[in-house]
Structure formats: C-alpha cells, structure tokens
Ligand binder design. Structure first.
Ligand SMILES: [Cu+2]
Length: 63
C-alpha cells in the first residue's frame, strides 16, 4: 500500500483523471482518495517511482 500526497488534486475532476491513470497502469489496483488532505492510497504491485512518474507527466506532482 502506497500513500501519496498530491497537492494539485483539488476536486472530483482531478480524482477522475488520477483514477484513470492509475487504473490504466494497474487494472487491479485499489484506490482510496481523501480529497480533504489531498491523499491517495494505492494498493498495487507497481513500484512507487512508476506511479509518481506517471502522475507527474499528467501534471500532478506527488510528495
Ligand atoms: Cu480538480
């Protein structure tokens, strides 16, 4: 389980975009978004660096 903070994730649209990216990378991933704290928890076999890179490419830098 990875937990990332995505400061630019500000609304439901962002959640949809990020969800789409992560689901494309790993169709079996489980996602839990916490918009208030800008956190997303991800259950996946993918390495953290790959996810961070993919989100960064889409304009969502992670902390
Ligand atoms: Cu948004």
């Amino acid at each position: 389980m990875l937990t990332l903070t995505v400061p630019e994730m500000a609304c439901g649209h962002c959640v949809g975009v990020i969800s789409g990216i992560l689901t494309e990378l790993d169709p079996d991933c489980e996602l839990n978004f916490e918009l208030a704290t800008r956190k997303v928890s991800i259950s996946t076999h993918l390495p953290r660096e790959q996810i961070v890179a993919a989100l960064s490419d889409a304009g969502y830098d992670c902390e």
